[in-house]
Structure formats: C-alpha cells, structure tokens
Design a protein around this ligand. Structure first.
Ligand code: PEP
Ligand code: MG
Length: 573
C-alpha cells in the first residue's frame, strides 16, 4: 500500500482499478541497411500499415466515423507507400526512421499549407504515422478511447484534446502528476463530477495497470493498493460525503438570498451543451460561462455556423428563461485545438490566444458571432469576450458585432438586438482600468483563474509553483475590489466565473466585496447556496473591512477559516 498527497481538484471519493494513460514519445531507432534489405523493410511497413488501418477501423465502430475518416484515407494513399519505398532505396535507413522522417516532413508541409482544410489534416497525418510506427516497434500504445470499463484514470497530464475519445461515464476518478486546482483537467473533472487529485508529481510512474486505487478528491489523497482496513475507512467517508451532498440538494429550489435579503445569482460553468441537465439538477439560476472552445477542440475542423447554431440553441432552449452567458472562442495558451497550428509562441500564456486570436482571424470570429446572434431568439443570451487587456480590443469587438448584426438584418435572419455584450476581466491591466472598460460593456465577469495567474506571475497549471497561487493575496483582493467598485459606479453588474467563485472559503469575502453573481462547476452550487443563505451582507462587508490591514494571503486565509468555523456550524463538515 502506498499513499500520495496532491491537490484536491474535484470533490468525491472513488475506488477502482487503474487505467494508465501515458503519452510518452518513443525513441525511434536509426540504423543503416543494405540494399538487399530494402524489400524486407518495405514489407514490414506494409504489415504495420495494415494493422494500423485495422486498429482504426475497430475504433470507428459505434463512434463518429468522420473523426477517423482522414486517417483511413491516409492508410490507403498510394503516395505514402511510394514515398516510403523511394526513401528506403535512397537513404538506406531502417523503416522506422524512414517513416518518421517522412511523417515529420509531410506534417510540416501540411501545417504550412494555404488551405485551412489541409492545415487541419496535420493532426490526422501525425496520428496515422504514429500508429504505424507503434506497430513497427511493437509498442502497445494506450489511448483513452481504449478505456472500456469503469476505472481510475492515472496519467501524467491530460490535455483537453486527449479527452475527445474518452467516455466520461467510465472514469471513476482521476489521479495525475501535473495540474493545479484551476487547470483544465480540474475543470473537466468537476464538470463531470469525477473525483480528482492532481499535482501528484510522479504517481504515474508508481502505478501499474490494474492496481487498485482510491482517489479522495476531498482531502487530496490517493492510495495505491489499499489494505482492507483502509478500503473500509474510505468507503465510510464516501457514504458520509454522499449523505451531506444529498442534504445540500434539498435546498435546490430555494433562492440564493442572504439573511438580510440580497438576492444573488448562482450560475454554472459548462464545457459542452450536454451539461445543461446537470446545471438544472443542481439548482443553478443560469449559465455564467459556457466555454465555447470545447466545441472547437475536436480534430480536423472548426464547427460550421450551422453546427454552432445548433449547439448554442440547445443550451438556450434547455435553460428556458434563465440567463446563458456564452464566451467566444478562448483558444491558445493551454487550450490547444488538435490539427490547428497556432504559432509556436515561446510563451503561449502571454501570446496569441483568446480574443487576440479571434481579432486576427475575423472569419472564425464572425462565424461564431453570427451563430450566437442567430441562436439569441431561443432564450436569454449574453455574449462575453475573454482576455480583454484594454479598450482598443473592446472598440474593435463592438465594430465587428455591429457589422455582423447589419449582415444578419440584410439577410433577413432573425436575432435579438438587445443581447448584452460583456467582457471577462482576467488581465491586471483590465482590472485597473475597469472604469474605462465599464463604459463599453453591459457586464463584467471576473476570470480569477487567469487574473490570479497574471497578477502573481504563477502558471495556473504548474504544480511546482502552486504554493504561490494565492487567491487571498492582498494584491488579488484589491484588484477584485477595484473591478467591482468601478462597475457598480457605472451601473453594470459584476459576476465571477473563475474557480474562486465556487470556493466555499471565498463566498463571504466575495459577498462583502459586493459581487452580484457567482458561476462555478454545477456540483459546487448547493454548498455555496447554503453559505449565502446563512449570512448577512452587512456582516460580510464588516468582515472584509477587517481584512484590509492584513499584509499576506496566509493571514487573510487564516482569518477567513476562523470566521467560517465560528459563524457557520455546518462548515466543518
Ligand atoms: C478564468 O480565467 O478564470 C476563466 C474562467 O477562464 P478559463 O478558466 O477558461 O481560462
Ligand atoms: Mg481565462
């Protein structure tokens, strides 16, 4: 039995067998061959090609065949075969090396192609190439789509694109070496209500496939091959946790109203339209953040206007009169779309991402805006733009929005003229100039995941600096206060959709700072509602005033802990 401690990223307790997912890069052998060996090497290639093709055909069964269509075409491509044959004859190197060279060369060509369609084939080509290579090297490469029965996913790190082929219902829990509380693995886990512990450093090296694993997302503990007594202890904690959850669920239909009568809006963050059902089940007042980029994180192609229209409409219809805030594409940084090669920024988090990318690629941006406005007739839509750093970006957005509206009017396509247009405040420059930005926006939503990362210069996904990621740092709290005061002075509402909004430790502080709405993973809503319904805004404001002289995040966090424990009897649950 081994015990590991990491960052508790998604609550709940799960036990199951380990499914190990490691995306390691193979070391490809390189050696010279004699002219007489060319035929033999070529035959090895043909056998591996056949196996790779059969493997993909097996994957297609029961799935979206279009995802794999391009790969299947590549396996049948006579050009690939003749290039391999020719290279073997000319370079006289072993076939693994030869194939890798060809794949790299052709991928680079595709990535630089004029046509978007061809550029988007790059990922298919590399994937097809690595499948053949794996068969040549007799490597058994595990993919997430190979998961066939419920298991605990043990991995080094999970990219959003890795989860494409994954059946989320099969994942009982997640244990990962990398990642922090606001990394995308954490967000996905919470969205899927999957217990997760991240930042475990090297658990993926200690676990073997089939080991029994307990993931305790409440305490941040992972136990490998637990003894019977440990299993019994965790089973008991799981039961206790589940009964607390169902007690909280009982207030699902009650309003999020403080004891002194301030009505807050508790909303949900979602990644895919299908989550709307879970949003309603947890008693959310609306959707405060629909991360639309998850529609785009699929290999091969950007969704068309009609596909986007269908996705946005389905969420609006499911939510009825409740407000739905959809964020435009936030691609780049840690959210990479397979097959779409953005520039190789040396510092992606400060690079060509989010609104910067959209303003530089207006055809993609306009398509999304058209779909959003067309969907607006089906519900209560708000549109929000990510990573705004200054007024020039907002002015340009407003111009594009009015052009899109004019086009729709000309084409006779119905839309709502009064869709509120808001911005995310997640860059420090936007926070300190919030008064200027408020003149140009209908609402603000504070993205604390990025705001904290940029304010404290701490990569939100890097477990080595996670100790510096302090939401209660006075620098962060002062920025939040500035944003809220600037917005209220100009009469616009402020929400928060970063993970801090769902942190029960922060609720009273945020109430005291004057936040109007909180948006979080649906699973977090019942506890936050319980806290909101148990306190007065006046006491929260007084408490926040007492925090102002404190000089460090640790001091403030300690004070918040004590306040919560003294004031809310259920908090030590
Ligand atoms: C944020 O930065 O707080 C946010 C909500 O956006 P994302 O986590 O998608 O970057
Ligand atoms: Mg963000």
């Amino acid at each position: 039995m081994m015990e590991f401690t990491g960052i508790s990223a998604s609550p709940g307790i799960a036990r199951g067998k380990a499914f190990l997912f490691l995306e390691d890069k193979p070391t490809v052998p390189r050696y010279d061959i004699a002219a007489s060996q060319v035929d033999f090497e070529y035959q090895r290639f043909l056998v591996a090609l056949k196996k790779a093709s059969a493997e993909v055909k097996g994957l297609v069964a029961g799935r979206d065949a279009a995802l794999f269509e391009a790969q299947l075409l590549m396996f049948d491509d006579p050009e690939l075969k003749s290039r391999v044959r020719q290279s073997l004859e000319q370079s006289r190197r072993n076939v693994e090396w030869t194939l890798m060279q060809i794949v790299e060369e052709m991928s680079a060509k595709l990535a630089g192609a004029e046509s978007q369609y061809l550029r988007e084939r790059t990922v298919d080509f590399s994937d097809a190439g690595s499948r053949i290579l794996n068969h040549l090297m007799l490597r058994d490469r595990v993919r997430l789509s190979d998961m066939r029965e419920p298991a605990i996913l043990v991995t080094h790190n999970l990219m959003p694109s890795d989860t494409l082929g994954l059946d989320r219902n099969l994942v009982l829990g997640i244990a990962a070496d990398a990642g922090g509380k606001t990394s995308h693995t954490a967000i996905l886990a919470r969205a899927g209500e999957i217990p997760a512990v991240l930042g475990l450093s090297d658990i993926s090296r200690a676990v073997r496939p089939g080991d029994v694993i307990i993931v305790d997302g409440n305490s941040g503990t992972v136990v490998v091959n637990p003894d019977p007594a440990t299993c019994a202890r965790y089973d008991q904690s799981r039961l206790a946790w589940e009964s607390k959850r169902s007690a909280l669920q009982e207030q699902r239909d009650l309003p999020a109203e403080t004891l002194d009568g301030k009505l807050l809006s508790l909303e949900a963050n979602i990644e895919v339209p299908a989550e709307a059902a879970s949003v309603l089940a947890h008693g959310a007042d609306g959707i405060g953040l629909f991360r639309s980029e998850f529609l785009f994180i699929q290999p091969n192609k950007f969704p068309t206007e009609e596909e986007q229209l269908a996705a946005y409409t389905s969420v609006l219809v499911a939510m009825g009169e409740r407000s739905v805030t959809i964020r435009t594409l936030d691609l780049g940084g840690d959210k990479v779309m397979p097959g779409f090669h953005m520039t190789a920024d040396s510092n992606p988090l400060l690079g060509w991402r989010a609104i910067r990318f959209c303003l530089a690629r207006p055809e993609i941006f306009r398509t999304q805006l058209r779909a959003l406005f067309r969907a607006s007739v089906h519900g209560s839509l708000r549109i929000m733009f990510p990573l705004i750093s200054g007024p020039r970006e907002v002015d340009r957005i407003i111009e594009i929005v009015s052009e899109v509206k004019a086009d729709l009017r000309r084409e006779g396509l119905p839309f709502r003229e009064d869709v509120p247009i808001g911005i995310m405040i997640e860059v420090p420059s936007a926070a300190v100039t919030a008064d200027i930005l408020a003149e140009r926006s209908d609402f603000f939503s504070i993205g604390t995941n990025d705001l904290i990362q940029y304010t404290l210069a701490v990569d939100r996904g890097n477990e080595k600096v996670a100790y510096l990621y302090e939401p209660f740092h006075p620098g962060v709290l002062r920025l939040i206060r500035t944003i809220i005061e600037s917005a209220h002075a100009r009469g616009i509402p402020v929400g928060m959709c970063g993970e801090l909004a769902g942190d029960p430790m922060a609720t009273v502080v945020l109430l005291g700072l004057g936040l109007d709405s909180f948006s979080m993973g649906p699973i977090g809503i019942p506890l936050i509602k319980r806290i909101v319904r148990s306190v007065r805004v006046s006491e929260a404001e007084a408490f926040v005033r007492s925090l102002v002289p404190m000089g460090s995040g640790a001091e403030i966090e300690g004070a918040v802990h004590r306040w919560m424990e003294d004031r809310l009897d259920f908090f030590s649950w």
